[in-house]
Design a protein around this ligand. Structure first.
Ligand SMILES: Cc1ncc(COP(=O)(O)O)c(C=O)c1O
Length: 402
């Protein structure tokens, strides 16, 4: 076993398991305040250097107890609907609240207008239906556009520009809608696009060219352009210079305020999932360690995305002497985190530490099979840990009935 694991997800703990962690309850999420602060500073410095505004996309990270670490560096929050909009307004008070939803409901619009100040519509029909009320309430109104420019391969589920996508308005859809309702453009204060996923700024530059080609004639009349999320800005090696050129281009060519709404970049490598081995079974050539954490319940992106979380001191299958399949305790045969290799076979009771577990985890987990939700802890810059939230039987039951 190496003395330290030097990969970025483990930088916050110096590449080794801090001694005190062996006493922590498992499974638990441990959010790292120092790493969050470093991400926030990178994003805040970008905003100060370029004049762009950066929002936290709460769908990725919404542990609001830690919003005070992010807030000084951000312009506000981005929400996917009513509840996240309210959370942003309540927990990052005094900051901007932007919302985008693929389709809004009639019965939520009145309340949404109380919490959000920027409302982005997905289609000309939704813009025509709710836009006038949003404007009358003094809100800044936007339309999500689809520049029809795919920059990610093999990830159709994450590609809003895939053929037949429901996300964003194409130029053809916009032109047809304006032909029917010439008043639509007057409702717009801004345009929004979101097409990237864990990408570098070269993909943004390509996308911006497509936006310029398809929607460049509309942009001079806009106040803002929101370039969405998917920018891996805080990843070591991310090309900040190209991002800054993209921001400057939009500011210069169209005179718009540029917004970015990253989720991952805000909390990248800023959390851990601690789990213990419950049992080890051998089936033919396969060794399986059953953990007290579940891919299906506690790290759902492992199955949905699919995403392979880094594991402290472990390598890809076959690289180290002992390859083991790590799996959850639920009934789902596919509740498998992945095959990892170790210097020695893990034993029941061993503590395993997954990295990069602050994003799309605590806000996305579930209690399938009656699995308990992991406690959420925070690790302060001095290494001390405190419990933010513990869960029990009641949290499972309360969602199922009276
Ligand atoms: C509209 C929108 N904005 C922002 C984000 C955040 O993306 P990420 O967490 O990849 O930065 C997403 C993610 O799906 C999104 O759909």
């Amino acid at each position: 076993m190496p003395a330290v694991d030097t990969r970025p997800p483990f930088a916050a703990i110096g590449g080794r398991v801090p001694g005190k962690w062996t006493a922590l309850p498992t499974p638990c999420y441990l959010l790292d305040e120092g790493a969050l602060a470093r991400n926030a500073e990178i994003l805040g410095d970008l905003a100060r250097r370029t004049g762009c505004k950066v929002l936290l996309a709460q769908k990725a990270f919404s542990n609001y107890d830690l919003y005070p670490i992010l807030a000084p560096h951000l312009a506000g929050t981005e929400a996917s609907g009513l509840y996240e909009a309210r959370l942003g307004a309540e927990e990052m008070p005094g900051k901007e609240v932007h919302v985008f939803c693929a389709a809004y409901r009639d019965d939520e619009m009145e309340e949404l207008l109380r919490w959000a100040d920027h409302i982005v519509f997905n289609s000309p029909a939704q813009l025509g239906k709710f836009g006038p009320a949003a404007k009358a309430a003094g809100k800044s109104v936007g339309l999500r556009v689809n520049p029809e420019c795919s920059t990610q391969e093999g990830h159709a589920i994450y590609d809003p520009c895939a053929p037949g996508s429901r996300l964003g308005t194409t130029r053809a859809q916009w032109d047809a809608a304006v032909a029917q309702n010439p008043a639509l453009p007057q409702l717009l204060d801004g345009l929004h696009f979101h097409t990237l996923c864990e990408q570098d700024s070269d993909a943004l530059a390509v996308t911006l060219d497509a936006v310029a080609e398809k929607f460049g004639d509309l942009l001079p009349a806009m106040k803002w352009l929101n370039m969405g999320g998917g920018h891996h800005i805080t990843r070591p090696g991310y090309d900040l210079a190209t991002l800054e050129r993209c921001i400057a281009r939009a500011q210069k060519d169209w005179g718009v305020t540029v917004y970015l709404e990253p989720g991952e970049a805000c909390a990248l490598n800023a959390g851990f999932l601690l789990t213990r081995v419950l049992d080890v079974v051998h089936n033919g050539d396969t060794t399986v360690a059953i953990l007290d954490a579940s891919a299906a319940c506690h790290m759902p992106d492992v199955i949905e995305m699919p995403y392979r979380p880094p594991l402290l001191f472990a390598a890809d299958a076959g690289e180290k002497p002992c390859t083991v399949r790590l799996a959850g305790p639920t009934c789902l045969a596919g509740d498998v985190i992945g095959d990892y290799s170790f210097d020695a076979e893990p034993r029941p009771g061993d503590l395993l530490v997954f990295g990069d577990m602050a994003i799309y985890t605590t806000c996305k987990n579930n209690t399938f099979n009656g699995m308990p939700l992991p406690a959420i802890l925070a690790r302060a810059a001095d290494g001390s840990c405190r419990v933010l939230k513990e869960f029990g039987y009641r949290d499972f039951k309360v969602r199922l009935g009276h």
